[in-house]
Design a protein around this ligand. Sequence first.
Ligand code: BGC
Length: 744
Amino acid sequence: MKIGRFFWITCMSLTLGLTQASAGQTAGTSTPDIAKGQPWMNAALDPDRRADLVLHEMTLDEKIQMVHGTGWGVLRPGEPIAPGHNLGAGYTPGIPRLNLPGINLADSAVGIRMAAMQSRYATLLPSVTGLAASWDPSAAYLYGSVIGRELRAQGFNMSIGGGVDLIREPRNGRNFEYASEDPILAGTMVGQLALGVQSNHVMGDIKHYALNDQETGRNTLNAVLDLRAMRETDLLAFQIAIEMAHPAGVMCSYNRVNGDFSCENDYLLNKVLKHDWGFKGWVLSDWDGTHSTVKAALAGLDMEQPSGTYFGAPLKDAVQSGKVPATRLDDMVHRILRSMFATGVVDAPPLRSVVDPFRGRDDAQKIEEESIVLLQNKGGILPLSPGQAHSIAVIGAHADFGVLSGGGSAQVDAPGGTPGGSEWGKPVYFPSSPLRYIKEQAGSDAAITFDSGADPAKAARVAANAQVAIVFVQQWMTEGQDSATLSLPDNQDALVAAVAAANANTIVVLETGGPVSMPWSSQVKGILEAWYPGIGGAQALANVLFGRVNVSGKLPVTFPAHDSDLPHPHIAGLTEHTANNGMNAANSNQQEQPGNFTVDYNVEGMKVGYRWFQSKDTQPLFPFGFGLSYTNFSYSNLHADPNAKSVTFTLQNTGTRLGDEIAEVYVTLPNAAEEHFRKLVAWQRVSLAPGASKTVTIPLDPLYLSIYSTADDGWHRIAGKYGIEVGSSLSSLPLHESLNLGSQ
Ligand code: BGC
């Protein structure tokens, strides 16, 4: 009897312990395997062909085993753990006799989750929203490659990060895992991220498909949105990311969409994802997001996670009784197998090694340095000059210790532990101390004091004695709950107001999951949005505060002034009982979900985020695309290609510092499109020395100038006058031109 390599590894894992076992792993494809009658091990063959060859050899039981997980494992203490499980969020066993490895899935939205349990280390990257604020696709690729590199080193072969839900609801608890309110920015950045993951022979994933745009009631709510708006907004983000990255998996979400649960939604899975977008990978359910066997299987779900409640024995019965055609089961398995071959997890399985924390930190810092957004800089208070800021009061948000991270399944464990530990429902700080790096850069002569900010009056007294006050404020966000309001929690608005009243040189640094309101904005000189900054966050922040790095991020989301300006002033389904806007969420029960209710996204429809503010003519606190620099840029000479293939313009750095500008291109469609707002269609990040100028040409994707017609179920460019505008943000578009275009 042939004993496959993966069976051997599994046994060795159990005997030797996981960290030693993989020393025996070797590359998967070998001539003897091919010679022994396993032609699918021939890496020269096309992945679909390889999948067909091995599928042909599989028994019904083996096929069923491949389409579900082995249970909650480490996620629920006391649950059994299957042999071969790498102690991540999920596991589907392999088939050793066929040389097929198991699939070990790890949550890894902003870095790998649950490393501490095995004394492993994982890099905490900035939040995905922070990444999107860089508007830098190469930073997104780097971000994904850090995740892929570390997953591979830890023995995982699949990431289940890749959140690309639109930031439709700015108070959504998981926005820090998502990129933007704009579908093109979100799809592009997350697509690049998934490419970076897969570049390490680790399978990538895009989630949560679709319209999982709030956490309140996520297991039951029915998100309602008309098909055109859905295709042009939330689904467009998924389409871009999926077509760009060809991820192995797409995770369907917990909620219902237009009546059906996402994981048994024929329109979303069969029609849009698999038919229209030609997705070749597999659909896996969010954890316990499967609700049926036959309906889900026929609607396009390919794998149940984390268990086999519906896709274990019940699916076998359904196939045997003909309720689910055997060809449909084959299709599920084919999709899984072809993805394993295509990404290289069969030919180049994970190779265990020690994660390099320094390389991870440097990468995280580099990304954060591009992600910080300067929202206000009155009197040019920033950057601080080391010789001049003789005394600085650093206040609030545990800035003496570290930086905040987001909670839930995206939680990364902090090196050295953190006050509170990595318990679900508690904020985790990473030991990247802003105070330490501010001290380092301010120089040894400077007097730097710290105050916790717990008592605004005391903090104000400390601030009054310093030349400059830097107040750190924070908004902890987590999976399973939304923030009831845009306001900062825990009396921090009063803290900032008190400090600002005591010190005219007050700078606020925000560590938030997304947009927050700032009633004190006119009272302070400087405002920096640092998001959740990651393990290199403090160094990045100090570099920006003291001007070693020129700040360059721009908002990927609108910052509204008030909750009442939003399409949904209150979060649907959020009652007093479920609301929790404080840092200590221990009293809120994330499992508790209100009953069935509808979230009517037709209120805003395709007018998500900045489009809503334009159409209502409401001034946000800070507009989409906005961010200042320590230098200035000027725009001139716009030329749009008559067939709208590209736009060309001149960009000049008119200031005195080297800087990166994110040049943004917006389009207004002809009136007949009935979309009376500008939308982002392209951008480019350009680095310019002081005084230098550059002719910038940015290609335009015809899809982004098109509308989705439900009448004939397709995208069209309609004939008429198109407005093209270019500039530094939605609120500053100095260049414009119009084009008369025919239909396409
Ligand atoms: C989350 C997913 C996550 C899964 C496994 C679910 O609660 O919604 O994003 O991947 O758990 O941890």
